[in-house]
Design a protein around this ligand. Structure first.
Ligand code: SAH
Length: 355
């Protein structure tokens, strides 16, 4: 068994280094090469003793993800990365330029597939494969960063790719700690967002962690009947419990909970729906991301016409809520919300080229 180095925290790496007979500070050097310089081989770690590099070449797995395809949108420079896992499953990450602001957001996956079964989501249709290891979460950010012309512009990490992050809780938390460790990837905890379909016990648990990240909750309907139809998880944790957990969630200073609301034509897009939404989130420090549904093969829903989207937003704004319509990014490369994966199942694994 090779050592899965990107799954180790700093302490675990130090222990390994010492076991191999080297000084513990070597761990920090290695982390610097792996997580800050994003190198792809041990031979690039020029300030390490040759003997240590040799051991690592023989015993350590540096990268659990194989980049098999990189697609760039012609519309807006959004990039989609397709990675193959060692067991043949595929996951995707998306790099999104925040055009007006000059920096980038990476949207990453937490699971291969998903078991939540939301009716409008393309990943849900693929079913659940497995949880990602910490290293498989970390390596998405490392490899995407490596591919950027200005890596320092990668500022935000959002767990809005494939999977339900809170169902991969331990690996998620470990990855977040590595993301925000100053010796690790050194992201601000204020720039990491975990998005969930609403797993109440885990929302509570996340709120009790000593790492304070942002919380996004996929609402998508403001009454239990509609929400249960769209998102089966609502039968287990109905809105009353979900909103109570959101109210109690400890936010970092000046931060707000993001509520995602996928707008679906004729389903959840009426003026009454908007008014119910206003009532539902009353008293919570929140902002709302309105996401017009991205149509995908085999999903029977469609996005509302533009005038209905604007009318819905108007109700929220007139109630003094922050409501932003999320422009769809990278639709031409199937990189938009809920569209990830599925195109390259194991059976179709013929994609070799990168680019
Ligand atoms: N499981 C987590 C994170 C992954 S889904 C969660 O539920 O939040 C990320 C976001 O994509 C969610 O807000 C979800 O509602 C949205 N989404 C899923 N399918 C979509 C689609 N077809 N069009 C637009 N947004 C979609």
């Amino acid at each position: 068994m090779m050592l899965d180095i990107k799954s180790l925290d700093r302490k675990e790496l130090e222990d390994w280094i010492q076991k191999k007979g080297f000084e513990p500070y070597r761990a920090r050097q290695i982390w610097h090469w792996i997580l800050k310089k994003t190198v792809a081989s041990f031979d690039q770690m020029t300030d390490l003793p040759k003997s240590l590099r040799k051991i690592m070449n023989e015993e350590v797995d540096l990268s659990p993800l194989e980049l098999v395809k990189l697609l760039e949108s012609k519309e807006d420079e959004t990039r989609k990365y397709l990675f193959r896992l060692r067991d043949g499953n595929f996951i995707e990450s998306v790099l999104i330029p925040e055009l007006e602001k000059g920096y980038f957001t990476i949207c990453i996956s937490s699971q291969a597939g998903c078991m939540m079964g939301c009716k409008f989501c393309f990943t849900a249709r693929q079913g659940f494969k497995r949880n990602l290891k910490t290293s498989e979460i970390i390596d998405q950010v490392v490899q995407v960063k490596r591919s950027m012309s200005e890596p320092s512009k990668l500022r935000n990490i959002v767990f809005m790719g494939m999977g339900e992050p809170l169902l991969n809780y331990d690996n998620l938390i470990k990855a977040i700690r590595i993301f925000i460790d100053p010796y690790g990837m050194n992201f601000s905890h204020r720039r990491v967002t975990v998005s969930t379909c609403g797993l109440v016990p885990y929302i509570r648990r996340l709120g009790e962690e000593d790492v304070r990240v942002n919380l996004a909750v996929s609402l998508n309907a403001a009454d239990d009947e509609k929400r249960s139809l769209l998102m089966p998880i609502n039968r287990r944790y109905p809105l009353k419990e979900l909103m109570a957990a959101c109210k109690r969630f400890p936010l970092a200073n000046g931060r707000r909970i993001t509520f995602e609301y996928v707008l679906i034509d004729g389903i959840n897009d009426s003026i009454e729906d908007a008014k119910r939404l206003v009532e539902l989130i009353r008293g919570i420090r929140a902002k709302i991301n309105l996401i017009p549904l991205n149509p995908s093969p085999g999903i029977e829903f469609s996005p509302p016409p533009w005038n209905k989207i604007l009318a819905f937003q108007k109700v929220l704004i007139e109630s003094n809520l922050t409501a932003i319509i999320r422009k769809s990014r990278g639709r031409d490369i199937m990189a938009a919300c809920g569209q990830l994966s599925g195109r390259y199942g194991k059976d179709k694994a013929k994609i070799k080229e990168i680019g």
